[in-house]
Write a new protein. Structure first.
Lengths: 114, 419, 478
């Protein structure tokens, strides 16, 4: 049995997830909580936001994000692959900065115009 | 002569200007002191914005970008890199910019959207030496996210508000070691999702009911001493923990930036540190409106947008009908458990569709009732399963309620099961 | 070979350099830190005392009065923020009233003009926020407030403009007598001079002992302060003292020339230059200040700081020959800020009496002006921005300091080398947000003008780095 705090909404329910019984969730006050609890225990994912170098723009860094959540354990690896990129202005929101981050199929995309 | 001058091109100013345009104003000027629009959102590169307004999860720059493009599709004039120095009661706005020069512009309406600033070390009188390495979390955020510089390698964070939590994760991802997040209150001021995704994900310990009692180091921070506090927030001797670190980030509160507001003589609410506003965000100076973090500190930009759209629409109404009389006013008082309300004053004849009321509670409460009273009469009784100071609450006062309100109402909260 | 070598560029060293720079002399000033005014001068009460406090007959008494007079002229001539606001010493008891009487008599003996004893009601009539417990007050209209570091800078800059050489980041490590002068060892090489002035503040005892046997001891005494937001700046219009005790003049409450309110200091003996504030020290300052002015809102605090007074065990300034051609100007604690120009004048007299010939320069510059954007009228601002657009970009919004103001300082006679150096010259970062907003912009301007990487910019001294490293491996990885 594992306890975690639900982050789906501000209520912050304390979820209890039973690993021995197909990750059955109790303590949730809505179905989204059950889904979150199960996912968080079986394969937690995160959207990663960071920056990359950019030359020729108003700022020396351009913000980026993964266009979908990636497995939590790959977050630092994903960060590393950003060190190898340098954009040149102009950059548009949504431009792909790194395709297929660490084999996840997710892409890092620019989150602003620069 | 402009119809409307909006001071500040962050989320509040952008939404207000767009709404004023939609409501028919055509001579609108937005004055922004930075070299680009978007305000603080430009450095808030994390996601979580827009869930209410756009029904999707955006990063700060993306959220700002949508409004910037919206504004660009209008004929609103923008002056960047231009700082407003003074406003007169006649709505003359003195402004200065490197490219735009010194100008005095007049407008029929003005919207104040200057945002807020961070509380500093001095504001909380943190003792110790005065080395480099003590930053507000927002200043550190600008360095990391916009300038591309990491301000330190080993970090302690004081304050568990959202900016502090977000910076714990950002500094960690960029290779710094965040040793602790320290909160003087017995609960965190940040959103639960941030506690989970910014601290727990990276095993950063959160010390509740603790504070920083000493800063050491001659030139750069070398150590920070943390101690547990008692119920009166006084450090308990013998509970000290010493952290070897080079950086202390402060996330200890935000203060609406109301220097221009005060200077022109607009009435300020000491509880919000923002202007006292009516139901349409108009201040005590007719034709001057305030919205966003300059009116009261928000935790969700979506609410800033909603409030600022209201102000923009109201400014358009004012330009069309500037001489509308004040009419009856309902004063809204913050009662037991409520630290403030916005608006503070409601004109029922201008709230034909009712009036939304933002408020904050002064402590964490479980299942609770939100009560609206006028004198001895209970006008509304709304239930909530949880209330917390870190999460701004909102109820809507119906026209029927306002009709019974008399000249004042009091908003209070009561935990179910307690008196 | 220099004619005069001044060790230390606090207010007294700068005043000495300024005073001597009117004569045809070759002058050097060595300052260990990267800026002038880096010690006691930047962290004190900023008061120019009327002169009723020192015992009659002391150097303190004599030089305080003359210094106050000179300070008024110098601040006017060198464009230094100065306000002749006067001071009140408060009495809360019959014992205090006896002390006021003694101070009054002492002031009269020292020649302080216009002193008056007021009743509690009279004091509250001119200063309505004083405590109702105040029973009497000593009114000294000739007391004033100033900006100590700008005063020091103005003196040092004008001395430099008149040919004096300022050697920053130069620590004196030893002294050897030579025939007709001194060999001065520094961490940046050896220098020689006919005369040496020891104006090393808290380090004056150590410098003295490089040249002569010990004759005095410096007992550093620390004082902690609160600086409050401009919203509290009008809480009082005058300097408000309580009766002096054994530890000094006690906790005062005063407006500052920048529009803030200052409260402090306490007095704690420390070893060396301990500048850390403590919860107890600050609480003492708060409680004591509230006794004078109960309505002060300490929630409006924007900064705490501590300063160290370089008091000598002699109870007076230590001004005299320690060795042939080696003059001490030491033990310059309160009223040192006030007395500084008089100390300089007095020291020049001693040098001349010893045989140094003082011939005035025909082209001595004794005036200096500074452009400050925020003090101009709208018409003047418009004209200035049209002429120099950099004055149109506001960098520090709390104090309305522009890029033009900062660039002028960076291109001035003593360019700042740190973020705090910029702050002392133009006020950027001095306001309520304490540099939270303008800090990164000041770093950018410093880096550009000094041709350094932002990572090399310091807050104050060497070692006070601000930025650890670039993210993403830095731009150099491109």
């Amino acid at each position: 049995m594992k306890e975690l705090i639900c982050i789906v909404c501000p209520q912050g329910c304390t979820l209890r997830v039973d690993e021995d019984h197909d990750c059955a969730v109790t303590g949730n006050r809505c179905p989204r909580g059950a889904e979150y609890g199960k996912q968080e225990l079986t394969h937690p994912t995160r959207v990663v936001t960071s920056t990359v170098r950019c030359v020729g723009g108003l700022h020396p860094r351009c913000p980026v994000k993964t266009d979908r959540p990636i497995p939590k354990e790959l977050v630092f690896q994903a960060m590393d692959c950003l060190n190898k990129v340098t954009l040149t202005a102009p950059v548009r929101t949504g431009d792909v900065v790194v395709a297929d981050v660490c084999g996840t199929g997710a892409a890092f995309v620019a989150t602003r115009d620069l | 002569m402009y119809e409307l001058i909006v001071i500040g091109g962050g989320p509040a100013g952008l939404a207000a200007a767009c709404a004023a345009w939609e409501h028919g104003l055509r001579r609108i000027l937005v004055v922004e002191r930075d070299r680009e629009l978007g305000g603080i959102l430009n450095q808030c590169i994390h996601n979580g914005f827009g869930l209410h307004y756009f029904r999707e999860e955006l990063t700060g720059p993306e959220y700002a970008g949508r409004f910037i493009r919206m504004l660009e599709s209008t004929g609103v004039e923008v002056r960047l890199d231009t700082t407003v120095l003074e406003i007169t009661p006649q709505r003359q706005v003195h402004m200065v910019g490197k490219e735009t020069g010194y100008r005095v512009e007049e407008a029929r309406a003005v919207i104040l959207a200057m945002g807020c600033r961070e509380r500093t070390r001095g504001a909380i009188a943190l003792p110790g030496t005065r080395p480099a390495g003590v930053f507000t979390a927002g200043a550190a955020q600008r360095y990391v996210n916009m300038e591309g510089w990491l301000p330190g390698r080993r970090v302690v964070i004081l304050g568990s508000g959202d900016i502090g939590l977000i910076m714990a994760r950002r500094m960690t991802l960029e290779g710094a070691r965040v040793l602790a997040c320290v909160e003087v209150l017995p609960y965190s001021g940040g959103l639960t999702r941030n506690l989970v995704q910014c601290l727990q994900d990276y095993d950063i310990p959160l010390y509740l009911s603790h504070t920083v009692t000493d800063i050491r180091g001659r030139d750069r921070v070398e150590q920070v001493v943390v101690a547990q506090v008692d119920q009166d927030r006084r450090p308990i001797p013998g509970t000290e923990l010493v952290f070897d670190c080079d950086t202390l980030l402060l996330s200890v509160g935000l203060i609406p930036e109301n220097e221009l507001t005060r200077q022109v003589g607009i009435r300020i609410d000491p509880r919000t540190n923002g202007a006292v506003v009516f139901e349409n965000m108009e201040t005590s100076l007719p034709g001057v409106f305030a919205c966003g973090n300059v009116a009261h500190v928000h935790d969700l930009v979506d609410f800033v947008t909603a409030e600022s759209r209201k102000a923009g629409a109201a400014a358009a109404d004012h330009v069309r009908d500037p001489l509308r009389g004040e009419g009856p006013v309902v004063e809204v008082a913050a009662g037991a458990g409520v630290s403030y309300t916005v608006p503070q004053r409601i004109r029922p004849d201008r709230a034909a569709e009712g009036c939304g009321l933002f408020f904050r509670v002064d402590r964490v409460l479980g299942q609770s009732r939100i009560l609206v009273r006028s004198g001895d009469r209970l006008l509304a009784d709304v239930s909530r399963s949880r209330l917390a100071p870190g999460e701004m609450e909102h109820i809507t006062l119906s026209p029927a309620l306002l009709a019974q309100a008399g000249d004042s109402i009091t908003l209070s909260v009561q935990e179910v099961g307690s008196q | 070979m220099y004619d005069v070598f001044i060790i230390g560029c606090g207010i007294t060293g700068a005043a000495a350099a300024f005073h001597l720079s009117r004569y045809q002399l070759k002058i050097a000033i060595a300052e260990r830190e990267n800026d002038v005014a880096a010690g006691t001068t930047k962290a004190n009460s900023a008061i120019l005392h009327a002169g009723y406090d020192p015992r009659p007959g002391t150097l303190m008494a004599k030089l305080n009065l003359r210094g106050a007079q000179l300070a008024r002229e110098l601040c006017a001539g060198l464009d230094v923020p100065y306000r002749p606001c006067g001071s009140l010493v408060l009495a809360f008891s019959p014992e205090d009233q006896a002390t006021l009487r003694a101070l009054y008599d002492r002031g009269r003996a020292n020649g302080v003009p216009e002193l008056a004893l007021l009743s509690g009601a009279e004091a509250r009539a001119i200063e309505p926020n004083l405590s109702p417990q105040v029973t009497a007050a000593l009114w000294a209209p000739t007391a004033a407030i100033c900006s100590p570091w700008e005063y020091c800078l103005a003196l040092a800059e004008t001395a430099v403009a008149n040919g004096a050489e300022l050697r920053l980041e130069t620590a004196v490590t030893g002294l050897e007598p030579l025939p007709g002068g001194w060999l001065i060892h520094t961490d940046r090489g050896d220098l020689t001079s006919r005369y040496v002035l020891n104006v090393a503040g808290v380090s004056a005892q150590a410098v003295h002992q490089m040249a002569a046997p010990k004759t005095f001891t410096i007992h550093p005494s620390q004082g902690q302060y609160y600086l409050l937001d401009k919203s509290e700046g009008n809480r009082v219009g005058r300097v408000i003292f309580q009766c002096p005790g054994p530890a000094g003049k006690g906790v005062l409450v005063a407006p500052t020339v920048h529009g803030n309110l200052i409260a402090g200091p306490n007095a704690v003996p420390v070893a060396g230059e301990d500048l850390s504030t403590t919860a107890d020290g600050l609480a003492f300052v708060r409680d004591t200040a509230l006794k004078s002015v109960p309505s002060i809102r300490f929630s409006q605090s924007i900064r705490n700081f501590a300063g160290v007074r370089a008091a000598a065990d002699t109870g007076d300034f230590v001004i005299g020959w320690a060795a042939p051609r080696f003059l001490d100007l030491a033990g310059i604690c309160s009223p040192g800020l006030t007395a500084a120009p008089a100390i300089a004048e007095y020291a020049a007299g001693l040098l001349e009496a010893d045989g140094l010939s003082l011939t005035e320069k025909p082209d001595f510059l004794c005036r200096r002006t500074r452009l400050r954007f925020h003090t101009l009228s709208p018409a003047e601002k418009a004209e200035l921005v049209a002429r120099e657009p950099a004055y149109g970009r506001v960098i520090c919004r709390c104090e309305t300091v522009t890029e033009g103001d900062i660039l002028a300082a960076l291109r001035g006679p003593i360019p700042p080398r740190s973020v705090d150096g910029v702050k002392r010259r133009v006020g950027a970062g001095m306001g309520r947000c304490q540099g939270g907003f303008c800090g990164p912009r000041v770093v950018e301007l410093l880096a550009r003008e000094l041709d350094l990487s932002p990572g090399q910019i310091v807050q104050e001294r060497a070692g006070s780095w601000l930025l650890a490293r670039e993210t993403k491996g830095g731009a150099s990885h491109v």
